[in-house]
Design a protein around this ligand. Structure first.
Ligand code: GDP
Length: 439
């Protein structure tokens, strides 16, 4: 569903690619593109503006770590802000009381009845007894629909075909639940095609009479900005506790998911992604943000780098590179830092696209072991002065590390290449008169 938004955000981040640092100019243009992508995805303009202003402030206040690029840092900032926008923490529905009562509201066609079945099935799986209640007094077909669903999931459905008073039906149903040891009562109320006074009054009355522990508002995410407006109207009248977004499997542009929380200040609690009874998910703002960005893995990677990267050590190594003093001890210390970030296969999997591409490739967790063995077989003098490494020293190191002479020679060659590259980088940065930038 978020394909379009993901692609556009990705394009926005690309404008930072190759940039060494975050500046007012490159952030301004990236943020502008992010805002446009959000508005195109049907996010309320005011919300899009607020969130991108925050992203901008946040980006300007951050130093780019040597371990991540400005583009990656921006992804992390946008991820944090989108998560916050959608409510931050996951919020559970409150099922309390004996019986606990959950009241459902929403327009006709929003997916309310389907959700009633899904929620009943979800609660039943937690080994709680459930009663579904058809309180739609206008559409007999709605009662039948709920009965079919109830049968399918093995949950009793309470209805009174002749009774036209939804308050009475709800109260009788709760009585019925008490007598039949049902712990959770889910009440499906009548919907209309558009918000109307009579429907609102009716739900208000039902809510007041039965005092549910949770009132949910069900809304079709495909309706875009209308979804947000409808949510506002319902909330003003019945002050619901949470939102259920349905039809997220369709090609909705996703704006509802992003703006509803900010506009109505009520959390999204469930998302529905299909007509099948299993297609129900709890709503996790962080996971949704990851999905929107299409690159959730990088987030963990940046977080790990932030947690593990020793800034002091990075500075020390940077100094040594600048003075052409990078030696085997430094090399070993760098390997240690990389290893601290986690197992190699996991790390590779966190790079977008790489996980998929590399899924059949064996990445040995012990890939660094031979290199470490060779370096550890060197004398402290050899580690600190790589230039003294002659043929007899190499032979001794090979024997001591249990590696072949070929492996030792390979490592020396790679190390020489690395130092050559560092020297070239140094010369380049000196000729530009600048400091060596590792970002
Ligand atoms: P109600 O009038 O609010 O009770 O809505 P229904 O539960 O009858 O749903 C209206 C239509 O949307 C039905 O055809 C459902 O099968 C369909 N529907 C409900 N939820 C979803 C969903 O998450 N994804 C898709 N694709 N269809 C859904």
């Amino acid at each position: 569903m978020f394909d379009n938004l993901s692609t556009k955000l990705d394009r926005a981040f690309k404008t930072l690619k190759g940039q060494g640092s975050i500046t007012e100019i490159n952030v301004a243009s990236t943020v502008k593109e992010i805002r446009r992508a959000l508005v195109d995805a049907d996010v309320n303009y005011k919300v899009a503006k607020e969130v991108t202003d925050k992203i901008k402030d946040e980006a300007m206040g951050r130093e780019v770590l040597t371990a991540v690029s400005p583009g990656q840092l921006m992804v992390k900032i946008v991820y944090d802000e989108l998560t916050e926008l959608m409510g931050g923490e996951k919020q559970d529905i409150v099922i309390k009381g004996d019986p606990a009562v959950v009241l459902l509201s929403g327009l006709q066609g929003s997916g309310k009845t389907t959700f009633a079945g899904k929620l009943a099935s979800f609660i039943k799986k937690q080994n709680r007894t459930v009663l579904l209640v058809a309180a739609d007094v206008y559409r007999p077909a709605a009662i039948d629909q709920l009965k079919v669903l109830g049968e399918q999931i093995g949950v009793e459905v309470y209805s009174e075909v002749e009774n036209k008073n939804p308050v009475q039906i709800a109260q009788n149903a709760i009585q019925h639940a008490k007598q039949n040891n049902k712990k959770v009562v889910i009440i499906d109320t009548a919907g209309r095609l558009a918000v109307d006074e009579e429907m609102m009054r009716e739900i208000e009355q039902v809510k007041r009479a039965i005092n549910p522990s949770e009132t949910l508002f069900v809304v079709d995410s495909m309706t875009g900005q209308d979804a947000v407006n409808t949510a506002k109207s319902f909330n003003e009248r019945i002050n619901f506790d949470g939102v259920v977004l349905t039809k997220l499997d369709g090609d909705a542009r996703g704006g509802a998911a992003l703006s509803i929380r900010a506009v109505v200040e009520k959390p999204i609690k469930f998302i529905s992604t299909g007509e099948k009874m299993e297609a129900l998910d709890l709503f996790y703002p962080d996971r949704m943000a990851q999905r929107i960005l299409g690159m959730g893995d990088v987030i963990s990677l940046v977080e790990r780098a932030q947690q593990q990267f020793d800034e002091e050590e990075a500075k020390r190594i940077n100094q040594k590179i600048r003075k052409n003093q990078f030696n085997f001890d430094d090399f070993l210390s760098q390997l240690e830092q990389i290893k601290k970030m986690g197992n190699l296969k996991d790390l590779v999997g966190m790079i977008p696209g790489m996980g998929k591409a590399m899924k059949d490739v064996e990445i040995d967790d012990d890939a660094f072991k031979p290199i470490e063995a060779i370096i550890r077989s060197m004398t402290p003098q050899e580690r600190a002065n790589p230039d003294i490494m002659n043929g007899s020293r190499r032979k001794r190191i090979a024997a001591g590390s249990g590696q072949g002479i070929q492996q030792v020679n390979n490592l020396m060659k790679q190390f020489d290449e690395m130092r050559k590259m560092m020297r070239t980088m140094n010369k380049m940065s000196q000729s530009k008169g600048g400091m060596l930038q590792m970002a």
